[in-house]
Design a protein. Sequence first.
Length: 477
Amino acid sequence: AVGELKFMLKFETKEIPKVYLGSNVESSDDYGAVEFLSKSNSVRNLLESITVKCFIKFYATPNFEVDINVEDLKQKHFKGVGLELVKFRGEQLKALCMNNYKGRNNQFVACVGRTLRKVNVVHNLLSKNRILDGLSLIEEEQYHLSAIKEEIIDDHVTQVEKNFLNERPLSLRLTYQLLYDEKGPNDQENDNILTQDSETLVEEQEIFVNPTSNRPLSDIQDIQCVQSHPILPVFFVGCKGIVYVVSFKTMGIIQELLPNVREAIVRIKTNSFGDKIGGVDSSGNLFLWKFHSRHSFQSPVYSLFSSSKKTASDFCFINEGTTVATTGINPKANLSIWDTFSTFTNNLIHQNESVGGTLIEYSPRMNAVVISNYRKSGVVIFDLKKKEIKTIIDTALTEIKLTLISTGAQNSVICCGIDGTIRAYELNQYSQVSEWRPFKSQKKPNTLVSATFIKDSLLIGGSEGVVMFVPPINGRA
C-alpha cells in the first residue's frame, strides 16, 4: 500500500452516543430506532467500554505505463537477476522473515540448518567486504552512471552518506535507495531497534502479548516455517506440535501456541492487524489463535480438521474479520470459505469443488482470492462477491512455490517458481509486468525456498544458502 494507518481507540462513557441507522437523518424511523437502542440495557452496558481497531490503507491510482518504465529501469540496472545480499556457506536455507516493527525492515531472520540467525540488512549491504565473503557484484557498464545517480541517489541521502555511498558500486547504491528513501538506520539504531520507542512498544505489547518465558532458541527443534508479526518485533516459528513466539531483540522464546496435535505446523499466517494467527499442519488441519494479552492464546480459538473429502494445504484471512478461505487438492480440488464465528454445523459459507490449488492469497483491492498451482501452474482469480472465476493466468512455471500480492500502484500478483523464476502479473489487464531469475548466475543449482517483502522489494532465499535482493514491482500489500 502507498500508506497505512493502524491504531486502536478505547471509549469509556456512561452516555449513549447518538447513532443514526441510515443516511436520511430526518427520518422518524431512524430516530425511533435510536431511542429503542438507548433504552436497551444490554446495548448500554456494551457501549460503556468499547475498543475499536482501525486499519486504513491508501492505494495509488494505477498507471500502467509508468510502472512499465520503472520495471524496464530496474531490469536494466539489475540485469534481471537482482543483488546477492547474504550467503550462508555450506548450509541449507529453509525460510526467511522480516522484522516489520515501525516499518524499518532492517533485520531479517533466516532459518539455516537447525538454527535461526538474525541478519542486519544495511551492514551486509554497505559495510561488509563482498569479495572476501564470496558475494558477487553485478557487472557495471559506463552508461549506468547516468542521471540516475543524481536524480535517485543524491536527492535522498545526507552529504556524509553521499560520500560513503559514492565509494560503493552503483548496484549497491541503487539497492540502498530502493530500501531507504530517506536517511537509513545507523548502527546505534540497529543495535537498539526495539528500545528507541520503548513507551509505544510497551503499550503495543500490553495489547498483544504478555511474555511468559525467555527460553533460548536451542529449545526449538525441527523448524518447519517462520512468519513475522506485521506490527510487533516478534516472529512465529512452526515446529512439530507447537508454534513458538520469538523476540527479534533477545532472540528468545516469549510465548507458545499449542495446536493440540502432534503434526508439524508447515504454514503460518497473520491478518494485517496482527491479532489473529493461523497455522496449517502437515495433515491439512487449520488452527486459529487470538493474539491478545487478555486472551489465553496458548490454545486455538478455532480448529478446522481435515476430512476424507477435503484438506487445507493453505489458507488466507479475508479482510480483518473472522472469515477465512482454504484451498487444497487432496483428495480433490476444493475452495472453501468459512465463518469462524458461526457454529460448526453452519460455518461453511461457500464451497467450490471445480477450483483448487496448493496456495491461496487474498487481494483486498479486487475482493478476490488468488489460487496458485491450479492444474499444475495456473493462477485462478476468484471473485468473492460473485462467487465465480474472473480469469485464469497460465504462468508456464514448473511449480509455483510462493505467491505474494502487491497492492501498490499496479496491484499485481507475484509468482515465485521453485526454480527461482519470478513473474509479476498485474491484476487489471492480467498481463505479465516483469520477470526475474535471481539464481541464474549461481554456480550451484538453487531451488527457491522462501520469499518475503522488504519495503517495496523482495528477499529471495535459495536452498544453497544465498539470499538475493529483487525489486520486482512497485508497492506491496
